[in-house]
Structures are given as C-alpha cells and as structure tokens.
Design a protein. Structure first.
Length: 150
C-alpha cells in the first residue's frame, strides 16, 4: 500500500513539473532582447536598411541627447546617408528588464562618430524600450542623456 501511495505521489509530482511554464519575462526573453540590442548596435556601425528596418518598430521614437527626436524613417535615413555615422560603439553597464511583451534596456554608450564628415566622441546613458511584435523584439523608443559632469 505504501509503495502504491509513493508511486502516485511521484507520478503527480512529475506531472506537475511538466506543466510548469516559465514566466513571460523569463531569461529566454531577456537573452532575445539582449541579442536584438546587439544586432542594433552592429547595424548602427555598419548600416543595412533591411536589418535596421527589421529591428525597429514602425512607431519608433528615437530621442537624442541634444533634444532631437527621430522617427523610424529619419533614424534609418540618417544612418544610411551618414548624417549620423558611428565609427564604433561600445556598450557597458547594460541591464535588461522584461515586463510581459516589453523590455527596458539601460546602458552606457561610448562611441566614435563621423557625423557629416566631422570626427567626434560621445558618451551617453541610454534607455531603450523594446516591444515583442509578432514574435520578434523591436525597438519602440530610445532616449539618450549625457552623463552628469564629474
């Protein structure tokens, strides 16, 4: 009898374990967002229209540290025509927090630029908002600010 009860308990536990579903904001989602953010970083250094278009939402609101706000069309256009030209981008201190079908990504961006042929360097704190659309993560919003003077 004891053997039969133990067998039922073990079987029930196994069944329960198989039905556990990871939360929507799990580590798989965070890894997917991190991968999308890295693809965006690469595409901003070596712009490709199809790649950029696939990574950003049609409703994109892309805020620059100087106050200008880009749409999807102006963001991609400026990268393609080199008005916004990133020679290199290094990301550090990145955090990713997934909340259902949205993700908040914060990081520090240090870049060498060559906007309109003028060399420069920039260091920014960036907030990106990603949204899962049709099973893929797309950049919905981005805002950059200059770090406070030390």
């Amino acid at each position: 009898m004891l053997k039969r009860i133990l067998s039922l308990v073990v079987g029930s536990l196994a069944l329960c374990a198989c039905s556990v579903v990871p939360p929507a904001g799990g580590s798989d989602a965070a890894a997917a967002v991190t991968a999308a953010a890295e693809k965006l970083r690469v595409a901003m250094v070596d712009p490709d229209e199809a790649q950029l278009s696939a990574l950003v939402a049609d409703e994109l609101s892309y805020g620059h540290s100087g106050g200008r706000v880009d749409t999807k069309a102006s963001f991609i256009g400026d990268l393609l025509n080199r008005n916004s030209d990133f020679v290199s981008i290094a990301i550090s201190e990145q955090t990713v927090k997934v909340v259902q079908d949205n993700a908040l990504v914060r990081h520090t961006l240090v870049a060498q630029t060559n906007d309109r042929g003028v060399a420069g360097n920039v260091k920014l704190h960036v907030l990106q908002v990603w949204q899962r659309q049709g099973g893929t993560w797309k950049l919905l919003a981005r805002q950059a600010v200059r770090p406070p003077a030390s």
